[in-house]
Design a protein around this ligand. Structure first.
Ligand SMILES: *[C@@H]1O[C@H](CO)[C@@H](O)[C@H](O)[C@H]1NC(C)=O
Ligand SMILES: *[C@@H]1O[C@H](CO)[C@@H](O)[C@H](O)[C@H]1NC(C)=O
Length: 512
């Protein structure tokens, strides 16, 4: 808790800077403000390529980190010069606000990962560094002009080569996500897919759809929200859902491994580089959106799953691990393009490094007690043993532990243990000595556990290994041991029903 508060403070300081620049610079730079009523209909202006300022660099798998060739709208010869392949798909990568005025280190990483997965693809990196290297509010206002540039560029490329719109995928990070959205809004055909990687929050949270990434901007819009901490006005990443599918890894607020201690350790090991590293501290969670996407390109065997849920709180209780009716989906590149009528908020937990995948389990347990016992914030440790492996001593804190109630909580492990066979649970002693300590040992009886696996979609029942009950004894040191007793019969029936209902209605396309 303490660690998180410190880094929250750091985020606040930087955000304070952003807000200070905002208030000290109320007038947008002349020419930046594009009045939406003044934008003429697409057909007129979108084919005037003379005022394009952004540059479109065609990258290659061999040299992912440098601009070797620019495609220039209106100059068809550049298509051959840059060896653009009209037969395959095209990724257009759009960066965000920059402090240094240079491409950040994630750009070549994403470019390489795209080529790794789709070796014949065209990968274009949009360079709007000059406009992105202004005071934040100025750069934020520039997204409209850059979006126009991208819309014109895509329109030109499409006209020139009869490029199928289905083969164009825009990927935008931070302010770049809004650039992609504005571009998608302006083209007279819908772009196939826009991926928003933690779209910027400040000045966009309450803006209208025309000025931000929105679900109307492409056939399919998927969004990863990774840094949405704080009140909506101050969050670095936009908090509200803006796509067809909005995924909030680890609740979307803040990412594991991004606390100040970890980052400072990284800085110490990597040598002091001043501002750039301070910058890294704030951007860790923001940039995680990109690395999660890269992970989905590179680690196909460890595909992370996200689950639809009404709230982060319900997800953290393990209540949303269902895959029925498209409630679960792959995250990143391999997402199934499910277009629900309302935005779907989805959640998952991740590791603090690549590959990010974890396995999710819901544990439901009824705890009996003879005496009225009630505790809060109780630490427990759970060990899971399966057919392929095990994870021991997963720490969890139960917010409330009370006699004759049913608990539900979420456990995760990065180990694929196979089919779960044995579960052990131990009640640790917390620091606080409560009154009940004076009344002998505190003990709960447990008859069975119900465990649902998100990744395997299994519902299993575990019963006490010996006798009718296993015992959870406070600080007792002994494990309560449970063995698999049977598959949840209701779940099997549900699954069968589900199978019957959903056959033939899968979207499942992965072709963009
Ligand atoms: C928007 O454009 C119209 C027409 O050009 C103009 O009358 C109006 O004042 C502009 N509004 C803003 C807020 O600039
Ligand atoms: C819990 O339920 C059992 C029987 O189901 C009962 O004997 C016991 O008194 C209850 N405990 C409390 C604290 O209400």
């Amino acid at each position: 808790m303490g660690k998180e508060n410190i880094s929250f403070l750091t985020v606040w300081i930087i955000l304070g800077e952003i807000c200070a620049t905002f208030s000290s610079d109320p007038e947008p730079t002349t020419g930046v403000f594009v009045n939406s009523t003044a934008v003429p209909l697409p057909t007129e202006w979108i084919r005037d390529y003379n005022d394009i300022v952004s540059k479109f660099s065609v990258r290659s798998a061999d040299i992912p980190d440098d601009d070797m060739c620019y495609l220039v709208a209106g100059s068809p010869e550049t298509i051959a010069e840059c060896e653009f392949n009209p037969e395959t798909q095209t990724f257009i990568v759009i960066h965000g606000w920059t402090v240094t005025g240079m491409f950040e280190s994630w750009v070549p990483k994403l470019v390489s990962a795209l080529f790794d997965r789709e070796p014949t693809a065209n990968v274009i990196v949009v360079d709007w560094l000059t406009r992105a290297n202004q005071h934040y509010p100025t750069s934020a206002a520039y997204t409209k002009l850059v979006g126009r540039d991208v819309a014109k560029f895509v329109t030109w490329l499409q006209n020139e080569l009869q490029l199928p719109w289905e083969k164009i995928h825009l990927l935008g990070y931070s302010l770049g996500a809004h650039v992609a959205g504005i571009a998608g809004d302006l083209t007279d055909h819908k772009i196939s897919r826009i991926t928003g990687l933690d779209p910027a929050g400040p000045t966009f949270e309450h803006a209208d759809n025309q000025n931000t990434l929105s679900r109307d901007d492409a056939q399919f819009v998927d969004v990863l929200h990774t840094n949405t901490r704080g009140s909506p006005d101050r969050s670095i990443g936009i908090q509200r859902p803006v796509g067809h599918i909005d995924i909030y890894p680890n609740g979307g607020t803040f990412q594991p491994g991004c606390d100040i201690q970890n980052t400072l350790l990284g800085i110490a090991l990597g040598g002091i580089k001043g501002l750039q590293n301070m910058d890294q501290l704030v951007k860790c969670s923001h940039e995680r959106s990109i690395h999660l996407f890269i992970d989905s390109l590179l680690n196909i065997q460890q595909q992370s799953m996200a689950y639809r849920c009404n709230s982060k709180e319900a997800f953290n209780k393990g209540q949303c691990l269902s895959c029925r009716k498209n409630r679960c989906n792959n995250i990143g590149y391999n997402i199934n393009k499910v277009r629900t009528t309302r935005s779907a908020k989805m959640y998952l937990k991740t590791r603090d490094m690549m590959p990010y995948k974890v396995f999710h389990y819901q544990v439901k347990v009824h705890v009996f007690s003879k005496d009225p016992l009630s505790f809060t914030e109780q630490p427990i440790k759970v060990s899971l043993y399966g057919t392929h492996g095990e994870t021991e001593d997963i720490a969890h804190v139960l917010p409330v532990l009370e006699g004759n109630t049913t608990l539900s909580f979420l456990l995760t492990t990065d180990v694929d243990i196979g089919d779960l066979m044995i579960v052990k649970m131990r009640w640790e002693k917390d620091a606080i000595i409560s009154w009940s300590d004076w009344w002998g040992s505190s003990k709960f009886h447990i008859r069975k556990l119900r465990i649902k696996s998100g990744e395997k979609q299994s519902k299993l029942i575990f019963s006490a290994k010996e006798g009718e009950f296993a015992y959870l004894v406070r600080g007792g040191g002994d494990d309560a041991v449970f063995v698999k007793s049977k598959e949840d019969t209701m779940s099997r029936k549900e699954k069968l029903m589900h199978k019957l209902k959903t056959q033939g209605s899968q979207f499942g396309q992965n072709d963009a």
